[in-house]
Design a protein around this ligand. Sequence first.
Ligand SMILES: Cc1cc2nc3c(=O)[nH]c(=O)nc-3n(C[C@H](O)[C@H](O)[C@H](O)COP(=O)(O)OP(=O)(O)OC[C@H]3O[C@@H](n4cnc5c(N)ncnc54)[C@H](O)[C@@H]3O)c2cc1C
Ligand SMILES: *[C@@H]1O[C@H](CO)[C@@H](O)[C@H](O)[C@H]1NC(C)=O
Ligand SMILES: *[C@@H]1O[C@H](CO)[C@@H](O)[C@H](O)[C@H]1NC(C)=O
Length: 512
Amino acid sequence: MPTMNPRTLSLRALLFLGLWQIGRRSLASAPELQDQPKKIAVVGAGIGGTAAAFYLRQEFGAGVQIHVFEPGAVGGRLATVNIGDHEYETGGSVIHPLNLHMKHFIEKLGIPPRKNVPSKMAIFDGKELTFEESDWYIVNVLHMLWRYGFNFLRMHMWVESILDKFMRIYQYQQYGYSFSSVDRLLHAMGGDSFLTLVNQTTEEAMMGEGFSQIFLNDIVTPVTRVNYGQSVRINGFVGAVSLAGADSGLWAVEGGNKRVCSGLLYHSKSELIPARVTSILVKVRPSKTGTTTSFYEVNYVEESGPAHSLYDIVIIATPLHQGKSDITFSGFSPPIPAHYPGRYHQTVSTLVHGMLNVSYLGTTELASEFTVSDVLTTDSKDSVFNSLSSIDPVYIPQGYKRPPASQTKVWKVFSPKPLSLEQMQDMFISWDSVSETQWLAYPSYHPPHRKTPPFILHNRLYYLNAVEWAASAMEMSAISARNVALLAHHRWHQQVSKIDQEDLHIRLRGEL
Ligand SMILES: Cc1cc2nc3c(=O)[nH]c(=O)nc-3n(C[C@H](O)[C@H](O)[C@H](O)COP(=O)(O)OP(=O)(O)OC[C@H]3O[C@@H](n4cnc5c(N)ncnc54)[C@H](O)[C@@H]3O)c2cc1C
Ligand SMILES: *[C@@H]1O[C@H](CO)[C@@H](O)[C@H](O)[C@H]1NC(C)=O
Ligand SMILES: *[C@@H]1O[C@H](CO)[C@@H](O)[C@H](O)[C@H]1NC(C)=O
């Protein structure tokens, strides 16, 4: 149907075509049934790997065996620690209301969102609080208007316009479309403007849009610092993701975000192998039909010692970077490196059960009246931390109200380096327990970025975390998981029409 204009088709015709397509797909795949993959390996059981298992099951059906390798705790960078009788998030903590995959997962798994506890934000410049959110919305608006003019409104519109384009990915994936590289995925969402956005700093992008330097320093920097531990020199795309994260309606999962990962594993009926993958080899074997097929030999170390297994398809769902994972790839041509260029940024997450010294924040407010929940920071040599937050347990008790700073409670400090005893003594009057996690948290963003790693490492070997170089977030890993599952499926069945299609947002307009 080369000349058919999709926009002139009636709804009924579209429905008919849709059914016809489905019919054709099942007919065409019938004789290929023996050609379904038998075994798939997923390396890593964070939200990326477990979402990949979920979508692989959806694409390949009940017959395929799915093994998920994980030497540590299921959840990866979604993790909790125990303090007293409660658990608290120490890694990825908040989810945007428009993160549709995360939303879909909890609905599918029957896990409720966490009860919302209202928050209150302030900004600290290392000496004093330069801004403190009022309980009165109108006061906040007037304050911001007075100091920053229409920068706020413009920021809202800028983020909104990026979010609008971002949302297109859900429709593409709903229709089964996939993309062979991060650039193509970004281009499908936002065209050249998205490629430019990842290739310049947030500062450049926003200055180009007419935002003031003062606004960038006072407001945007604290937001990029709390989310990514870095300045407005991170790329414009991840900067916009940060600013979207300053929206209202953020949520988290009751009982801890990592519950989604174990839920997805269970739901996908995959097998969890508690082992570290050490190397992947490509093996070529003659097939029944006389041609050759390749398999991947996954070598791993479990408690009982080293072992290996063969797989038809392998998904790498952990960053291939220094300090994150060490996997050797052998027999590949061109070779696949164990580590791609670029490093991951360290963020130390310190949970302190103690009493804050509010004077440290340069405020004269009484601790008993200090109810700020999130202290963000400007980029100043005086700031030893990126953010300081009063945090709530993963299960919110009945009738819970966030206590004021005069009471002993749990504070979370994000800092680039571990806090020294002196720093702890400056910030806290007293404490009875401290839990520190040193994360290699997200990429250290320095646009323009040299080549982004590929999704396709080899014929049937895929790399999910390449997407983090555009932006690292739970939802980004989930989007990449679905993309990689679709890509694996379409490439297995040679459905090239579902890969790297251009102008999808025009072609699919009106279909939803
Ligand atoms: C402190 C912090 C705060 C954050 N805040 C937010 C937030 O508020 N909102 C948000 O959306 N995102 C946030 N993020 C980012 C988010 O947590 C990550 O983008 C996301 O969790 C990445 O998931 P993943 O599954 O792709 O990777 P990971 O969670 O890193 O999973 C990879 C898994 O692979 C395993 N692995 C490694 N090597 C091997 C091997 N050789 N063999 C087998 N398994 C291996 C690892 O043990 C790990 O479990 C934050 C991250 C951090 C660290
Ligand atoms: C609290 O901090 C202020 C300012 O840094 C300091 O002068 C004071 O001694 C601290 N109080 C306690 C009890 O540590
Ligand atoms: C990104 O920037 C580099 C260097 O400025 C340039 O060579 C490259 O073409 C740019 N890429 C895109 C996709 O804009």
